[in-house]
Design a binder for this molecule. Sequence first.
Ligand code: 5GP
Length: 205
Amino acid sequence: MGSAPSNAANCFELLSAEPLLVVFIGPGGVGKGTLARRVVRADNHLWLSQSWTTRERRPSENGDEYHFVDRATFEKAIEAGQFLEWAEFQGHLYGTPQPRAPDGADLLLEIEVQGAEQVLATRPDAEVFLILPPSMERLEERLRARGDDDTHVADRLASAPAELEKGHQLASHVVVNDDVERACGEILSILEELRRRRRDLSSKD
Ligand code: 5GP
């Protein structure tokens, strides 16, 4: 990074060259996690944050989806200021540790809407993508396919309308996850366009 900005215009130039902060939100079961991992595999400049959670690991998970901890450990980390954001969702705590992305990498968070609101409060420039299911029937099918029991499926479906309403208010991009490959391609093109704009802004100095 160069010398300190001497006026507002310089300050904006520095900000415009900063790494992107990309946030995926959307109802549970919409496939945000799968999409996030797919996008990160296809995009070398994007780094996916690993969240902490107090919920149990699902049988379908291999263990690297989250850093799984007990509530006492999570609460200690909150007190120590270790989270960029955290929220309680359906009885479990979820949080993004203060990011340690490699220098210059763009950062991707896959979180729920309360967390996205916290992120936007401190980083209004964050690019929020709302990931939508093609239909509520497909959402239910996906929740069942990943092994959620009836109560969980009912809870997730019950919270989906509120999450979608809030999600539309927060998001700058809306992507329907009708097909992972297609949705991934759409997100990669949007990221390309955002980077092009960022380059254009920072070259106007
Ligand atoms: P799940 O239990 O289905 O893995 O996740 C439940 C919800 O928590 C999903 O909407 C997921 O995106 C969200 N989530 C995952 N990690 C975080 C996090 O670090 N912070 C917040 N606020 N939400 C998260």
